[in-house]
Design a protein around this ligand. Structure first.
Ligand code: FES
Length: 507
């Protein structure tokens, strides 16, 4: 039986229409250029425009259509077990600063939506992190205490709105969920009304210094001259600090199904059990809510995505009785080696800022990034800015995660070339299947399309050469090292890779 595929559009994208914006043509100027049209980039640009400066947003594809368009859009300061981790690794003040940044972001969105009259389905709900297994209870009690000490309205409880019992949960009151595209497309419209410029289909490929400022070059050769630049792409497209070595990609699957309003669990939920499960709902009309379930987190390029999708779908049906899956999509993000995003000015670089590594919590971290960067440009950085500084490096505290992620990279650079078990013959591929195999001694990424045609590409990712893997639920090639994604014809779907996979017409 054919396994289900992910659909090309998330619910957020399918339920909104966005105006198009022109690409950069010739040479344009702005006081500030913001690279990336997701939540971090658009919110940063809006803050800058509100401060009366000229700003240009430069997006490689369409705005709010990448990571931000595929999020689950939980707007919360509760990020799994982050507060116990921060308290233990960096001390209670670090945990407080993180909580201040996230809580400020939630309230900032609420205030902006109200101020601008944006109908973005903003709803106040509690956030829960739960465990079904008793073995997880002690850690949850500790997280509740750490979150409370950090300033959140957090408590340990066994009572949730879920339709199944839990062994324990951390409940944080007054968090929020919203429709991210409705919010951000309205913010983008307000940005342009304030004189800000938005450019789409303009991939930045180079950043150079010029006369005390900067020049960004996009593919095709057009340029943007600016005094200050913000790199707000999911993965830094210009990476002078070599942050890529401290960012680990992960991808998650999302299924969404209508349920009766009476079945709404009344909150946002997260567990690390069963390869992660995340639950929220959204208004869906006709007395229904859209149940949005995320889970089965995996490293890009790992095999078995279609099986993961089946497991997530089965879990959604079993736990909520939701069988009419209306949307299926995937979300991707990067986690830093100390679990705190990189946000702020690059040390030694005049007027260059970065925002990335949101760890799957891009809604609050993206808004926190905008506030941090805009306030820093004004000379009044928030008290919590230092925690996020991209120049930080805590060798002892990051060594374990760094060693694990770099070990993986080495494995995919060297180990995959030497010993990866592969099918040896393209004839073994069924229609819709892909695999990495040796063809005439070279590692090739081979895909058989639905018409039976073979598409043979180099299996070496064009970023740094790791061997790609096939995602059988999206029919894409993915790189396990830093998360680049390619179509079965080799085109770049997602960076950091900028060049397509080399094509090798099959003999
Ligand atoms: Fe870096 Fe592929 S080697 S994304």
């Amino acid at each position: 039986m054919t396994k289900p595929l992910l659909l090309p559009e998330s619910y957020w994208i399918a339920s909104t229409e966005a105006p198009t914006h022109p690409p950069v043509e010739g040479r344009v100027e702005a006081q500030v250029a913001v690279v990336g049209g997701g939540i971090a980039g658009l919110c940063t640009a809006w803050e800058i425009a509100r401060a009366g400066r000229s700003v240009a947003v430069i997006e490689a594809g369409r705005i709010v259509a990448g990571v931000t368009g595929n999020t689950t859009a939980k707007l919360t300061a509760q990020h799994g077990s982050i507060y116990a981790h921060l308290r233990d690794a960096f001390g209670p003040e670090a945990a407080r600063h993180y909580a201040d940044a996230q809580t400020g972001a939630v309230e900032h969105v609420a205030a902006l939506a109200s101020e601008l009259g944006i109908d973005c389905e903003f709803e106040r709900v509690p956030a829960f992190t739960y465990a079904e297994d008793e073995s997880g209870v002690e850690a949850l009690r500790d997280e509740a205490a750490a979150a409370r000490e950090a300033g959140l309205d957090a408590e340990f409880t066994t009572e949730t709105g879920l339709p199944f019992p839990v062994a324990g949960a951390v409940r944080v009151a007054d968090q929020a969920q919203f429709h991210p595209r409705r919010f951000l497309l309205a913010l983008a419209a307000d940005l342009t009304a304030r004189g800000g410029k938005i450019y789409e289909q303009s991939r930045v490929v180079e950043l150079e210094s010029e006369d005390g400022g900067h020049v960004l070059t996009v593919d095709g050769g057009s340029q943007v001259r600016c005094d200050e630049v913000v790199i707000a792409t999911q993965f830094p497209v210009i990476d002078r600090l070599k942050l890529f070595a401290r960012l680990t990609p992960h991808r998650e699957l999302v299924v969404a199904a209508p349920i009766p309003e009476s079945a709404d669990p009344g909150g946002m939920y997260l567990t690390g059990e069963e390869h992660m499960r995340s639950v929220r709902t959204a208004p869906f009309g006709d007395g229904r809510r859209l149940l949005i379930v995320t889970g089965e987190a995996f490293t890009t390029g790992d095999p078995g995505t279609a099986d993961r999708l089946e497991r997530l779908t089965a879990w959604t049906a079993e736990r909520f009785g939701a069988t009419e899956i209306a949307y299926r999509w995937a979300a991707q993000d990067y986690t830093t080696s100390d679990r705190v995003p990189f946000i702020g000015a690059l040390s030694g670089e005049d007027g260059v800022y970065v925002a990335c590594g949101f760890g799957g919590w891009g809604m609050s971290n993206g808004v926190a990034a905008a506030r941090l960067i805009a306030d820093t440009m004004r000379g009044t950085p928030p008290a919590w800015a230092e925690l996020f500084g991209p120049g930080r490096f805590h060798l002892l505290k990051e060594a374990g995660r760094l060693a694990a992620s770099q070990g993986k990279v080495v494995k995919h650079l060297i180990g995959d070339r030497l010993g990866r078990p592969t099918p040896s013959d393209p004839d073994d591929l069924q229609r819709g299947e892909g695999a990495v195999m040796r063809v005439d001694g070279a590692l090739r990424a081979v895909y058989r399309d639905e018409d039976g045609g073979l598409h043979t590409l180099s299996a070496a990712c064009t970023h740094l050469g790791c061997v790609v893997g096939f995602n059988d639920a999206e029919r894409t090639w993915e790189c396990p090292c830093h998360g680049s994604r390619f179509s079965t014809r080799g085109a770049v779907l997602q960076g950091p890779a900028a060049a397509p996979l080399d094509r090798h017409p099959h003999e």
